[in-house]
Design a protein around this ligand. Structure first.
Ligand SMILES: *[C@@H]1O[C@H](CO)[C@@H](O)[C@H](O)[C@H]1NC(C)=O
Ligand SMILES: *[C@@H]1O[C@H](CO)[C@@H](O)[C@H](O)[C@H]1NC(C)=O
Length: 405
């Protein structure tokens, strides 16, 4: 056996060397044929709307979804998080990352692992919120430059398998995915460096006190996700919301700091932090800036629609925890100030101190201050050129927070 084995090894070695030479030759020939300044063959723009629960990402997601150039999908990572028994966020993040990468490239075969065998378009989480899945070629219901209605879409646009979805995806210049399940940026580095992707990250944040109030309103919807965020560690019920809030705040600091303070070269100009409060106060200005960042054109139709959904009447109801409804968004974003008890406000401020000063949310020192809506708690921020110039106190607070992280 032994001598024959040796012959085989050297033969294999020879073949490997030969193949290596062939690859080198082929590559240099290929490089000569295609000058470096040509765009990669797949020249889509890929947008990751990176946010957290109850931070206005459904609304901003719709701002993308309703754009005629966008194929949008809401939280594909939900399928990963709901398919495994008692996992933690740390273990799942690479699976979510790889799922996101495949879907950016319109490869939905990755979903096989997470869907029932006989799946349909309706097996995709929140599928009818995606205008692209209600429009040709996925479905004849809504013309591409019209606004979709998720109720009607859910009734008329389901189909067997995901072939329609995949086909639709390939026809758009932009693929936008919303995710609330990333707590750091590092796992996304391979996507930022992938020559087949042109990734832009929109990091949507919101005042943690408003998030807390909104999460309490639909608390039961988050039980499973909370356990994953807290890595399944046992936590007394009243403490869960606070601890999850703390994790969310830490992730904001981690992500923003990574992107602004010491970004690796491939992250430069690919990250934009957006505060929900700025969007609801000045929707058109902020959304124009966001579109520009991801190379999308604003249309007058979209401007009208944005105005309508941010200035409508009515408060929305609890049943619509995952829907956006026509209401005055700027008022709703202040609701925590009258609804959240001051002791909870204080607790959130303590847990999220570093994040709040980093993102520009002022703390309140008394119940009176909390309820005086004329006191503005938002530190103004220059659009386009947000770069964090730390004041001394902010820097100290941040250091404390990162040390705890
Ligand atoms: C998909 O749709 C078919 C009918 O069109 C139905 O029989 C089947 O149960 C559906 N599958 C799932 C997973 O919903
Ligand atoms: C969507 O369609 C449903 C059913 O046809 C209708 O009741 C609802 O008002 C529509 N929603 C919007 C925002 O147009």
């Amino acid at each position: 056996m032994a001598p024959r084995c040796r012959v085989n090894v050297s033969a294999v070695f020879f073949l490997v060397v030969l193949q290596g030479a062939a690859v080198v030759l082929f590559c240099s020939w290929y490089v000569q044929l295609s000058p470096c300044d040509l765009p990669p063959p797949n020249s889509k723009v890929h947008v990751l709307l990176l946010s957290s629960w109850r931070s206005g990402s459904s609304f901003l997601g719709q701002v993308f979804s309703q754009h005629p150039s966008v194929f949008y999908l809401m939280e594909p990572g939900w399928h990963v998080w709901t398919n495994l028994q008692k996992p933690g966020a740390r273990v799942l993040r690479m699976a979510v990352r790889d799922l996101v990468r495949s879907i950016f490239q319109c490869d939905f075969s990755v979903m096989d692992a997470y869907l029932p065998e006989d799946h349909n378009v309706s097996s995709l989480f929140m599928w009818s919120h995606s205008r692209a899945l209600c429009s040709p070629p996925a479905c004849p219901l809504t013309l591409r430059d019209q606004f979709s209605n998720q109720t009607q879409c859910a009734q008329k646009c389901d189909a067997r398998g995901l072939q329609n979805v995949e086909e639709a995806c390939t026809t758009y210049s932009h693929v936008v995915l919303k995710e609330v399940r990333f707590f750091e940026l590092e796992s996304l580095y391979p996507l930022l460096q992938d020559p087949n992707l042109d990734l832009r990250i929109i990091h949507l944040v919101r005042d943690p006190r408003a998030v807390m109030r909104s999460r309490e309103e639909s608390a039961t919807a988050f039980e499973r996700d909370n356990a994953i965020v807290l890595e399944q560690r046992s936590t007394r019920a009243p403490e869960v919301q606070f601890q999850v809030m703390q994790e969310i705040c830490r992730s904001h600091v981690r992500i923003n700091e990574r992107a602004i303070l010491k970004p690796p070269p491939f992250l430069k100009s690919r990250y934009k932090m957006v505060r929900y409060e700025d969007v609801v106060r000045n929707p058109l200005k902020e959304i124009n800036a966001i579109y520009e960042f991801v190379s999308l054109k604003m249309t007058t139709q979209l401007e009208d629609w944005i105005y309508m959904v941010t200035h409508g009447k009515g408060k929305g109801s609890k049943k619509e925890a995952f829907q956006i409804t026509s209401r005055n968004a700027a008022d709703v974003s202040q609701a925590w100030r009258t609804m959240l008890p001051h002791n909870k406000v204080k607790r959130v401020q303590e847990l999220c101190k570093g994040a709040m000063s980093l993102l520009g949310y002022r703390t309140v020192n008394s119940e009176k201050e909390q309820k005086r809506l004329d006191i503005d708690l938002l530190v103004p921020q220059e659009p386009y050129q947000f770069s964090w110039v730390p004041a001394k106190t902010q820097q100290q607070e941040l250091k404390q927070e990162t040390r705890r992280v």
